[in-house]
Design a protein around this ligand. Structure first.
Ligand SMILES: [Zn+2]
Length: 384
């Protein structure tokens, strides 16, 4: 019979020792969350269930344990075998699955398990310090250590203390912050703790979580700065920055170069060179949402464009164009050219002004010519 497992929901394929250990861990966690956890745990540990109605309770727990196991198994052949031979006997079924790969006294298997331990030690914990990932690896290591426990005659035994110290080194090696934190808390790893794998693992878990939280706070602060910069750059408004930043991350656009600094404007901004607003301005193009930017934002962008491409301000007539209505007669406008309008102050009016001043351009709108001292003849509507 082939292993056509497509109709099963589980994941366990029965491929080897690692996977069987992962299965065991998963079963433990499901049992811990089960409404009948006491009885099922006792069944799994081979402990007696006494008291009133114990016969029915034992039967029920065994059946539930079998159900938990079968729910994880995807390998169809294994599922059929277990159902035929160990149905309603969860503990037996699990023992069978684990026994297929556990070391026992088989020297070859012991050697393989010992090598596996060494490999985990060598590979270390992920540099990301992802606590769940790290715990998974440390748990696997502890499972292996317990398999090797008492294998003195074969020369494979790892003492509990040796194993706990190995775990501590693993956490230290994630990075200097971890090493520092363990140094600060090393007194807590007293003799009794070092002799207790679950207690030590629990303490290492707290240390990793502590460092991870600190790192996250640092990332949050960076994130805050990043969002301020997005608004400053005029890429979005303050109200829209959350959505904009989320979209940016979803697209996972790489920074323009490895330092994250734009090649053109030398500032960190999203979207790469093609989204560089300063570059657009330097080429006489209007950046998106220009009209929604504050005057300050517009001026800063024009300055940035001029800095990156000297002369572009004059060439394209870049200016934040403001008309003061009260002093219109004396000082109708102080734009250096004919480009952009950013009228936001109470005493200003917004004008639609030709942005290109070239006969080939489609739009040449000036609402009120009296606001200008002089107008280039080519700007008049229809005079292409
Ligand atoms: Zn740029």
């Amino acid at each position: 019979m082939s292993s056509d497992s497509s109709n099963r929901n589980g994941w366990y394929m029965h491929t080897g020792y690692d996977e069987s250990q992962e299965l065991y861990g998963k079963i433990l966690s499901i049992v811990a969350r089960h409404s009948n956890d006491d009885d099922i745990s006792a069944t799994l540990d081979g402990d007696a269930i006494g008291g009133e109605g114990s016969v029915a309770r034992i039967k029920k727990a065994k059946r539930q344990l079998f159900g938990i196991l079968l729910g994880e198994v995807k390998n169809q052949d294994l599922a059929v075998y277990l159902t035929k031979n160990h149905a309603s006997e969860g503990k037996e079924a699990i023992d069978y699955v684990m026994g297929c790969f556990s070391a026992g006294d088989d020297v070859l298997k012991l050697k393989a398990v010992d090598k596996e331990y060494k490999k985990i030690e060598r590979d270390g914990l992920p540099a990301s310090g992802n606590v769940d990932e790290c715990n998974k690896i440390l748990t696997k290591m502890s499972n292996i250590a317990s398999q090797l426990k008492g294998k003195n005659a074969e020369g494979y035994a790892i003492s509990t203390q040796r194993h706990v110290r190995n775990m501590i080194y693993m956490v230290e090696n994630i990075g200097s912050e971890y090493e520092h934190e363990i140094r600060m808390q090393i007194d807590q790893f007293d003799e009794a703790t070092i002799a207790n794998v679950p207690k030590s693992a629990g303490m290492l878990d707290s240390i990793m979580r502590l460092v991870a939280t600190r790192e996250r706070e640092k990332v949050d602060a960076d994130d805050k700065r990043f969002k301020v910069m997005l608004v400053e750059q005029g890429l979005c408004t303050a109200d829209g920055v959350e959505v904009y930043a989320a979209n940016l991350r979803r697209r996972q656009q790489p920074w323009p170069n490895s330092d994250g600094v734009c090649d053109f404007c030398k500032i960190r901004h999203g979207g790469g060179l093609s989204s560089c607003h300063a570059k657009m301005l330097s080429e006489g193009k209007k950046p998106p949402k220009w009209g929604e930017m504050s005057k300050d934002q517009q001026e800063r962008l024009i300055d940035r464009a001029e800095k990156a491409s000297p002369g572009c301000k004059t060439k394209h007539g870049l200016a934040v164009f403001i008309c003061d209505v009260k002093n219109l007669a004396k000082n109708p406008c102080y734009a250096t050219g004919d480009l952009f309008v950013g009228a936001i102050a109470p005493n200003t009016v917004e004008l639609c002004v030709d942005s290109q001043a070239a006969p080939s351009c489609q739009y040449h709108f000036i609402r009120d010519e009296t606001l200008f001292i002089s107008i280039d003849a080519r700007s008049r509507e229809g005079e292409a």
